[in-house]
Design a protein around this ligand. Structure first.
Ligand code: NDP
Length: 447
């Protein structure tokens, strides 16, 4: 029986576009892709990219303050949100155009509409067309999760943050993970009064010492943080009155950043026989293949490691395996990541707590005031930390809280991926004067 295409990709985000481009452009497959919103997906349109540009925008008041300490008569002036938002929107349009071109240039047919799975080899488009596909790749990502409670219709999610009409004067952020902490720092930098409420300590899943330092630095910059708090209700009146137990406070806006859920609702997967996990994620094996052999899934919709570079790798490996006669699985071990708080956090491998639960470890840590801030009279703190296996001497975890920690951890992750031991870190000569040199000069374990 003939197929219309060799591959139909549902979702034009990081994983989907990579798989489609490689399958069509490098392996000569006939590929179609459907995207119901904008090409580029969460990372490009409402995630990593606009977020990082907002991180840059929010950094200037602190830079101006530092510049004054270095002898400049610098004044950053007022922040023009509509002007920035306009530039941001133009930049996203440009990037979206590039992503589209990447697809069409590789020979992929792009459908700007919703697509659902109609069977193991069938995709139905919103306009009623049915496409017969030899393989289907589900790459529909995830969306923000907001718990049920009275008044939850008044909250914003990260999707809304890049298009706000005006910046709120008082913002409550609920949550304590990547998104909550990043937006808390961004908004504080832009001059918003920020309060964070979370049910547990912030950045709970990360190395505790690092999470505590970041939390303390956020608080020192004036972000009000309360943990052990969940929201009972929100009442809209003159502002939003938010109640948690005995406490009621009024804010101009409330951002919910309490995790994300896979986009599988109404996609036709269960009807096609595809197994979903409890949280709605598509269950896949190491090859990103579902229990229905012709249907695969990559990226956040599979809820493995929900990061763009991981989705890209999963998409690429899928295309090489199925269309390139080059079977390969993605190695999900030692994936480094960065949290763009201020100070920034770069992390790879096991936290001290997770490593201790597994084996005997030595912990090397250096906490200090970096030269640049120290000269300016700031009380900023930096932390470099290595968690080392006593048995193998391998560096199991590297955690950096410092300006540009994201850049540093990328490089440390190469050594870790190569299996570097503490002694090999030590055998590497320092680059002076830098913050990262501490990673190769810590002689004695602190614990
Ligand atoms: P996270 O899973 O990181 O954090 C969710 C937070 O919300 C946690 O603090 C959690 O508390 C809390 N929470 C969860 N459910 C509830 C609930 N029902 N009521 C109250 N609080 C709740 O999610 P994010 O939304 O911040 O980010 C989603 C994912 O997106 C990240 O995990 C990451 O994979 C990705 N991401 C990556 C970024 C990067 O690489 N820089 C940036 C942004 C997102 P508790 O700790 O108690 O569970």
């Amino acid at each position: 029986m003939g197929f219309d295409v060799d591959l139909f990709v549902i979702g034009g985000g990081s994983g989907g576009v990579r798989a489609a481009r490689v399958a069509a452009g490098e392996h000569g497959a006939r590929v179609a892709l459907a995207e119901e919103y904008r090409m580029g997906g969460t990372c490009v349109i409402r995630g990593c990219v606009p977020k990082k540009l907002m991180v840059y925008a929010s950094s200037f008041p602190a830079l101006a303050e530092e510049a004054r300490a270095y002898g400049w008569s610098a004044d950053v002036g007022a922040f023009d949100w509509p002007a920035f938002r306009g530039r941001l929107s133009a930049e996203l349009d440009r990037l979206e155009g590039l992503y589209r071109k990447g697809q069409t240039g590789a020979g992929v047919t792009v459908h700007d509409q919703r697509a659902t799975v109609a069977g193991p080899h069938e995709v139905r488009l919103a306009d009623g067309t049915t496409v017969r596909a030899k393989h289907i790749l589900v790459a529909t990502g995830a969306r923000p999760f907001v718990p049920e409670f009275p008044g939850n219709e008044h909250v914003l999610t990260s999707n809304d943050m890049f298009g706000l009409d005006t910046l709120p004067r008082r913002l409550l952020i609920v949550g304590g993970g990547f998104i909550a902490c990043e937006f808390a720092c961004i908004m504080e930098g832009l001059g918003v009064e920020v309060t964070v409420w979370n049910r547990s300590p912030l950045l709970r899943v990360f190395d505790r010492e690092c999470a505590e330092l970041i939390t303390a630095r956020m608080a020192a910059r004036g972000i009000r943080i309360a943990t052990g708090r969940t929201v009972d209700r929100i009442v809209k009146g003159d502002g939003l009155a938010v109640t948690s137990g005995e406490v009621t406070e009024t804010f101009d806006a409330v951002l919910y950043a309490t995790g994300r859920v896979p986009n599988t609702e109404g996609l036709g997967l269960t009807e096609a026989g595809v197994t979903l996990r409890g949280n709605g994620a598509v269950a896949v094996d190491d090859w990103s293949q579902t229990n229905v052999p012709s249907i695969f899934a990559v990226g956040d919709v599979t809820d493995r490691i929900n990061l763009t570079p991981v989705a890209i790798r999963e998409g690429h490996a899928f295309a090489d395996t199925v269309f390139g006669a080059n079977p390969r699985r993605v190695d999900h071990d030692l994936v480094a990541s960065a949290v763009f708080t201020r100070p920034e956090f770069g992390t790879c491998g096991l936290s001290e707590e997770a490593a201790r639960a597994r084996e005997e470890v030595e912990v090397y840590a250096a906490g200090f005031r970096p030269m640049r801030a120290s000269f300016a009279g700031g009380d900023e703190k930096v932390l470099m930390k290595l968690v080392v296996s006593r048995a193998t001497r391998r560096v199991l975890g590297c955690h950096i809280v410092a300006p540009d920690a994201g850049e540093m951890i990328q490089l440390a992750a190469i050594a870790m991926k190569m299996g570097a031991t503490k002694e090999q870190f030590d055998a590497t000569c320092a680059v002076h004067p830098t913050m990262a040199e501490e990673l190769v000069t810590m002689r004695k374990p602190v614990r």
